[in-house]
Design a protein around this ligand. Structure first.
Ligand SMILES: C[S@@+](CC[C@H](N)C(=O)[O-])C[C@H]1O[C@@H](n2cnc3c(N)ncnc32)[C@H](O)[C@@H]1O
Length: 211
């Protein structure tokens, strides 16, 4: 990811504040931690990997050179400018870029999902819908990796007022409800702002799982 890419991301981050949710691509340290569980202890069969909210592709850049020729690597990204960039940059790789919202993506049986979605910016009902979509998209043994910015949600829950306070508190409750699914978490200070990477499994019974 070079400086020109950073400026491209900055311009979309300012134009599309809610959906992009950041002004600079994630740091190499954060992307490395997001990518690491995806291929760790991989089974000896083709893997189906889904990346959601890839932006300009700092995580794809790490994973794509390491996947096997028979693996599937699908990217779902909402922003048309980012999709054009991803197609250009990864056109020679097995990556398939799908330009749409994850909520409209029809597929299934992914072994792993890696998500860069800025959930703290979204309405609480949409956050719940996104997690339900991840459950639907995952194979029963699958897991998903995502990050959140440290402290920001808690700070928002304290300083915001009215409906936004209720929104943030509901998102924090959803995150608490997801704790039984958590397999690992690691904090990355070498990112602006510092971030927490979480790895979570699909629930055994997604329909019954309370979010
Ligand atoms: C915080 S950026 C992360 C970009 C990149 N993964 C990184 O870490 O630098 C969030 C990305 O999610 C995308 N996005 C937001 N809502 C989406 C949705 N509903 N479906 C798919 N992508 C979405 C945005 O366009 C943006 O590229």
């Amino acid at each position: 990811m070079n400086f020109a890419d950073g400026l491209k991301f900055l311009s979309e981050g300012i134009r599309e504040q809610t959906t992009v949710g950041a002004v600079w691509p994630s740091s190499p340290a954060l992307c490395g931690k997001m990518a690491e569980p995806i291929l760790r202890d991989r089974p000896d069969r083709p893997l189906r990997i889904l990346e959601v909210g890839a932006g300009l592709g700092p995580v794809s850049e790490i994973l794509l050179p390491q996947i096997r020729a028979d693996d599937v690597y699908d990217i779902v990204e909402l922003n048309p400018k980012f999709c054009a960039h991803l197609r250009d940059k990864f056109g020679h790789t097995p990556a398939n870029v799908h330009e749409l919202s994850i909520l409209d993506f029809k597929a299934d049986s992914y072994d792993r999902i890696v998500s860069g979605l800025p959930l703290a910016n979204f309405p609480a009902a949409m956050v719940e819908e996104i997690y339900r979509t991840f459950f639907r998209l995952l194979h029963p043994d699958g897991f998903f990796v995502m990050f959140e910015y440290l402290v920001i949600r808690q700070a928002l829950a304290t300083v915001t007022l009215g409906p936004d306070r209720r929104r943030v508190r509901r998102i924090l409750d959803i995150e608490k409800n997801l704790l039984p699914l958590q397999r690992e978490q690691v904090d990355i200070l070498a990112n602006v702002p510092p971030a927490r990477v979480r790895v979570r499994t699909r629930p055994a019974d997604p329909e019954a799982f309370v979010l």
